[in-house]
Design a protein around this ligand. Sequence first.
Ligand SMILES: Nc1ncnc2c1ncn2[C@@H]1O[C@H](COP(=O)(O)OP(=O)(O)OP(=O)(O)O)[C@@H](O)[C@H]1O
Ligand SMILES: N[C@@H](CCO)C(=O)O
Length: 303
Amino acid sequence: MAKTWSITVPGSTANLGPGFDSIGLALGLYLKLEVTLQDEWEFEHHSVHLPEKFTVEEHLVYTVAKEVAERFDVELPGCKIVMTSELPLARGLGSSASAIVAGIEVANQVCELNLTLEQKYTLASRIEGHPDNASASVCGGLTIGASLPNGDLELIHTQDVQAAFAVFIPNVELKTAEARKVLPAQYDKAYAVHASANANMLTAALLTKDYKRAGKFMEHDLFHEPFRANLIPNYHEIRQTAKDAGAYGTAISGAGPTVISLLPIEKVTAFVEKMKPLFPTYDIQAVRVDTKGVQVEIHETIN
Ligand SMILES: Nc1ncnc2c1ncn2[C@@H]1O[C@H](COP(=O)(O)OP(=O)(O)OP(=O)(O)O)[C@@H](O)[C@H]1O
Ligand SMILES: N[C@@H](CCO)C(=O)O
């Protein structure tokens, strides 16, 4: 019997404005892997969104799978992995986090680790460096995470998000590392208290499904957007145009340069059609909230 694992990982948006490095939302754009066992590791990329040039040893999915196997002191068998992706690189849609979650799931399956959801999102968040994108790709839905002083990650997540989202994906890249370099090392106390209150309001509004208020506070980030705005093409124009067209609110998706709008479900289709001619160089699309997170299907075939 030959086993094949089909692994599907949703992309994600992070922050939603003030939820910086804490709030994640899984999106219906996917990284997909077909995994079979073989002597040597081999990758096939069947998507324009996947790295063109890479070596196995540098491949993020391989390096993460190897790290996880070593952490659990088990041998990582050779795999052939065929990958497709709907997640453009360095656009703030969580491509790197999806690859990290995929690597964890590959090790989980081929090393028979039986990892819990908590182990997966804790590992993924530690490797990614912040819990937002990684936790959303593991759990699906809306995730709110915080690390404790001892390094443990506390996470609250809900699949119940009764709103729609539209993304404006520009044809330029912005590496997260670059977008993090422009952030201040510290904040003035009064400023930080204000920023924290805005984040609390965003979180409370999202969890109580007060999406009009959630949209308002999406646009009141003080942690990162004031320092990143000039890195995001047409940031102010998109935000105002989206508001005028019925969006509750618009924020940078993760570290950008994609921008994401929160809308009433019934308005999203007309909104996207209205936005497309106004920003012709952007890939503008309605994206649904993924509610499942990482998924695995196992197929057994007779050799
Ligand atoms: N699906 C993938 N498969 C393999 N490697 C990936 C994948 N996605 C990202 N990577 C690797 O991770 C590196 C960083 O990815 P990327 O630029 O997407 O991360 P980022 O700056 O965090 O932006 P984003 O949040 O949009 O992912 C890439 O250069 C690539 O080497
Ligand atoms: N919270 C991270 C998300 C990166 O995708 C940042 O804004 O830098």
